[in-house]
Write a protein that binds this ligand. Structure first.
Ligand code: PEP
Ligand code: MG
Length: 575
């Protein structure tokens, strides 16, 4: 039995058989062959292609049965590529000319195709490079006889163990199969953590050397409440954890009473408590948790699906689905926040040295204007289905905000010309997640419809700490006085300009922060569904003057660690 301490990323206690998933690059051998080997090499390639075709056909059948039209379309195109005689012809030609093993030649041909497509101006063609790489990976995997565990190999309920998950992999997890998550990388506000919480999968991240200690089939216990993972727990440990699990479930059931109650302070001030979502399917669960609106819909998850960009129609459908499901309550949709740790291989610049300081979010959208315009058209078209608010991520300068607003104006003009209906009163706001935006929030507040504080990034940039790096996770601190001053400054400036402030970063759902944020004057809290009942309970327990006095006291303190200890003590005394 081995116990490893990591970072608590999503609550809950669960144990089961491990499925170890390690995405590693294929190692393609390179060696010379004699002319007599060419026929044999071609036969090897054909066998690998046949195996790949059989796999794609079976995936295709599954996808048709489930009615997944987008993946059916993608798999169809993969099948066409696999059966393309031009590819075989090119490999044969180079094989005879270069006399090197077929694995190497096929790898080079796939690479050339992908690079040619990736260099095209048209984003639709550029995306095809992903498909080529995908198909190439499949064929080459068979050629080099590598059997890599794939997320689609999961059958039965497992604890997923690995180094890290790409957001596009995390979003494809099936909570009916993956009942727990234990990863070497990641912090509390990494996207894997956020997704695990929204899917209600207990998760522990930042577990050093985990994949050296666990093999598929080992029994693994994930305690997402304490951030602990136990490999091959003994009987006594399991009995102990069964008791803690039951207590935790009872506590959750108890809290659920608060879901349907308004977030009203003891002296009658109504505060808004909203939910965050990544995919439209999460709305139903959010409503059960008592979300009074949606403060953050991370629209980029629509774009992170493998394959091609979502069309305007696909986007309208997704946005309208969320707006309709929320029945007239506020729905804030954030425009595309790609880049940073959310890369799409053929759209993002994967060669960036510092992606988190690079071409991401609004910066990406303002240069990939057509993609941005298509999204804005879809948003405005969907706006007739409910109460839409639009916000732009990672605003650093006022010019960026004006440029984005100009494109909204263009889109609205075009819709008017085309006699396409939209809501003319959609409020447009800025996310405050760059220290510069928080410091200069008085300037932004003059023209912004509202603010939404993205503390996950704000803390990362204010403290210079990568939010997904477990080695520096000890420095990532929501209660650092600098972070609290940025939050206070943003709220004060927003209120001076008469606009409301939401917080949609993870801090908004941290029960330790609730009274402090209330005292600083935050108008809207937006969080993962499961945090809503507890935050409502805390809001209902306190009056505004008490919260203001409390916040004043906290703002006089000098260290994040002292503030956190003070908040913990206070919560223990209060409840
Ligand atoms: C944030 O940065 O706080 C935020 C809400 O955005 P994301 O977590 O998607 O970067
Ligand atoms: Mg952010």
């Amino acid at each position: 039995m081995v116990e490893i301490q990591g970072i608590s990323a999503s609550p809950g206690i669960i144990w089961g058989k491990a499925f170890v998933y390690i995405e590693d690059a294929l190692k393609i051998p390179q060696y010379d062959i004699g002319p007599a080997w060419v026929v044999n090499e071609l036969k090897r390639l054909q066998e690998a292609i046949d195996k790949a075709v059989a796999e794609v056909k079976s995936l295709l059948e599954e996808s048709r049965t489930k009615g997944f039209s987008q993946s059916t379309e993608i798999l169809d195109s993969h099948l066409m590529m696999l059966c393309d005689p031009q590819f075989l012809g090119e490999v044969e030609e180079r094989l005879r000319a270069e006399l090197q093993n077929v694995d190497w030649i096929a790898y080079q041909v796939f690479r050339t195709y992908a690079e040619r497509l990736a260099a095209m101006d048209d984003p639709v063609f550029r995306e095809r490079a992903t498909d080529i790489r995908d198909v190439g990976h499949r064929v080459l995997g068979h050629l080099v006889h590598r059997h890599k565990a794939s997320l689609t190999d999961i059958s039965g309920r497992v604890i997923l163990v690995g180094r890290d998950l790409m957001p596009s992999e995390a979003v494809a997890l099936n909570p009916a199969m993956v009942c727990g998550l234990a990863m070497e990388a990641g912090g509390r506000t990494s996207h894997t953590a956020i997704l695990a919480r929204s899917m209600e999968i207990p998760a522990v991240l930042g577990l050093k050397d985990l994949t050296k200690l666990v093999q598929s089939g080992d029994e693994v216990l994930v305690d997402g409440n304490q951030g602990v993972v136990i490999v091959n727990p003994d009987e006594a440990t399991l009995r102990r954890y069964e008791k803690s699990r039951r207590l935790w479930v009872r506590r959750e059931e108890d809290l659920h009473r608060f879901a349907a109650l308004p977030a009203e302070t003891a002296d009658g001030k109504l505060v808004s408590v909203f939910g965050n979502i990544e995919v439209p399917e999460e709305v139903a669960a959010l409503k059960l948790y008592g979300a009074e609106g949606i403060g953050l819909y991370r629209s980029e998850f629509l774009f992170l699906q493998p394959g091609r960009l979502p069309s305007e129609e696909v986007q309208v459908k997704a946005y309208a689905q969320v707006l309709e499901a929320m029945e007239g309550r506020d729905v804030t949709i954030r425009t595309l926040d790609l880049g940073g740790d959310k890369m799409i291989p053929d759209l993002s610049d994967t060669s960036e040295k510092n992606p988190l300081l690079g071409w991401r979010a609004i910066r990406f959208c303002l240069s990939e204007r057509q993609i941005f315009k298509t999204q804005l058209r879809a948003l405005y078209r969907a706006s007739v289905h409910g109460r839409l608010k639009i916000m732009f991520p990672l605003i650093t300068t006022i010019e960026e905000y004006y440029a984005a607003l100009d494109i909204c104006g263009e889109v609205k003009d075009e819709l008017r010309e085309g006699r396409i209906a939209f809501d003319g009163d959609v409020s447009v706001g800025c996310m405050i997640e760059i220290p510069a935006a928080a410091a200069a929030s008085d300037i932004l507040a003059k023209d912004a419809g509202f603010f939404s504080i993205g503390t996950n990034d704000l803390i990362q940039y204010a403290l210079g700490v990568d939010r997904g790096n477990q080695r520096v996770a000890y420095l990532y601190d929501s209660f650092h006085p600098a972070v609290l001053r940025f939050v206070r400054n943003t709220i004060v400036n927003a209120h001076a300009a008469g606009i409301r402030v939401c917080m949609c970063g993870e801090m908004a759902g941290d029960p330790l922060a609730t009274i402090l944020l209330l005292g600083l004057g935050l108008d809207e809290f937006s969080m993962n569904g499961s945090s809503i009942p507890e935050v409502k309970k805390i809001i209902r327990s306190v009056s505004v003057p008490e919260a203001v006095g409390f916040a004043d006291e906290v703002m006089r303190m000098a260290s994040g660690r002292d503030i956190c200890a003070f908040l913990k003590r206070h919560m223990e005394e209060r409840f």
